[in-house]
Ligand binder design. Structure first.
Ligand code: DHB
Ligand code: MG
Length: 219
């Protein structure tokens, strides 16, 4: 299996099932123009978030890690008009880019951006809870903190999605001391050991490379 072959399949799947989207393309273009990292979810991952929001009937969504708002737009499109995505972004400049893209996409009224570190913002969200769906996609070192808040701000039945749980295979290398890799592994061990969750995870090979997502249910 070559990465080039996997990328060709990813392009085929995106063309076949998703296609171009002017508002999402513009969000990515503005994010690139602002010099922000190209680490938003791939189109297939974005549409998966949309689909999970739809099938779960989510009305209240929590996203940790807004970046340029690409995944936020997908999530906001997956909830009803009166629903709400609360999305947390540590970098004010990123939040500005995201705000403009989210508004241009026509879902601005459904999205509230909270600027600050997750660990500071999450304790202030009790009034917006319980969240039906939580998407964790921020600093990987904090995944256990974010999972703890996902359980506290969720309810039995809340779906928790964690991005980037494979990291090019590094998660399975017990010798890998990289803080992000360790953070990802600690999060997965928490999903295994903490009785508030039951979970699985899937590897992905898409335009963003070899990575994966964890899917957890708050029980
Ligand atoms: C990184 C973070 C992400 O959320 C992602 O999807 C890919 C890479 C990173 O920090 O390297
Ligand atoms: Mg990510």
């Amino acid at each position: 299996l070559s990465l080039a072959a996997a990328h060709a399949v990813d392009r085929y799947l995106v063309d076949a099932l998703i296609g171009a989207d002017a508002m999402l393309d513009a969000a990515v273009a503005d994010q690139r123009a602002a010099g922000m990292p190209a680490i938003e979810v791939a189109p297939t991952g974005g549409k998966l978030l949309w689909l999970l929001a739809r099938v779960s009937g989510a009305r209240r969504v929590l996203e940790i890690g807004t970046l340029g708002g690409y995944s936020t737009i997908w999530l906001a499109r997956g909830i009803p008009d009166e629903g709400r995505v609360v999305t947390i972004e540590a970098e004010p400049r990123h939040a500005d880019v995201a705000r403009a893209s989210i508004d241009r996409a026509g879902v601005g009224e459904r999205v509230e951006i909270r600027i600050g570190r997750g660990a500071e913002v999450l304790p202030t969200l009790a009034e917006e809870a319980p969240f039906d769906l939580v998407f964790i996609d921020a600093d990987k070192e904090s995944n256990t903190v974010y999972l703890d808040w996902a359980a506290r701000l969720g309810r039995p039945g809340t779906l928790v999605v964690i991005d980037n749980v494979v990291r090019g295979g590094r998660v399975a290398d017990a010798e890998d001391e990289n803080p992000q890799v360790r953070g990802v592994r600690a999060g997965l061990e928490m999903l295994r050991d903490d009785p508030r969750f039951t979970a699985t995870a899937l590897q992905t090979l898409d335009a963003k490379g070899w990575d994966g997502i964890a899917l957890a249910l708050v029980v």
